[in-house]
Design a protein around this ligand. Sequence first.
Ligand code: ADP
Ligand code: MG
Length: 300
Amino acid sequence: MRAPIILENVTKTYGNKKALLNVSITVKEKKITGLLGPNGSGKTTMIKIILGIIRKDTGKVLLRGTDPFKDPRAREHVGYIPERPELPNSMPVREVLITAARIYGSTSPKDTVDEAISLAGLSGNEWKRFKELSAGLKQRAAIAHALISNPDILIADEPTSNLDPIERVRILDLLVDLNRKENLTLLFTGHVLAEVSRIAEDIIVLRNGKLLFQGSPRNLMDIASIVAIRANDLVRLSKLLEEQGFKTRYTPFSLTVYLSGREEIPRLMKVLGILAGRHGIDIYSIDTVEASLEEMLRRE
Ligand code: ADP
Ligand code: MG
């Protein structure tokens, strides 16, 4: 069966800014795909192109086999949670959702809405106005809104931004639940490696509009290993490691070494052993770190 979302060699420029450059990806049916990249890497642009909200310059975009920009019907049953969700404040959220259900042609809008409220974990807060909700509940209201069309594809742009750490975990767990219970294909974006790799089965990494990686979280960890070393003379150790071809960055308390893969770790250990003995450097600790993507992408 054909993948529900396919991009082939997609390029998008805003003026002379290249937001996406020759990007090809596929989003697998019923899986959780995480789109990872620092701010400005092109995530929202990609999401909007997939939804047919904006037009690509060149390349091919298929949403369920159809060009979403040319044929808006491709977007039916695709739920979208935008980066900064907003719902009308003129009436309680439940009323907003009922209006949406009527627009979608639901035969029993109240049942549709009650189910969406329950699935999104909004029960008990549905009679409040959107502006009265906390950030986490606003996100839930937006999720409930996205569920009204009874989607089989759910697309969430930075669903955890602006949330506190506990709420971030809860919202991601809720999305995982929806993926499992409702059999949804889930595509979401984020800029924190640990967060995206916790729930994604497939990860797409963008940097400066270019596709850096698509594959399993495990394989992503393998291509990008970072090691933090504590020692008595970090400045000197940094210089010595650079001479051995390692890329390092010195921070006040530790030395970060960027490796191109896990397979480089044994060589690093060997070199450290030799350098420590030869130059009298005391090494206190060596840790592999799961750094933020920003950290990881700082590599050339
Ligand atoms: P992300 O969602 O990963 O933060 P975006 O897709 O929003 O990235 O943006 C990618 C790049 O395109 C950024 O450099 C951004 O400034 C630029 N960009 C996005 N939207 C517009 C726009 N409407 N006009 C001009 N530049 C834009
Ligand atoms: Mg964005």
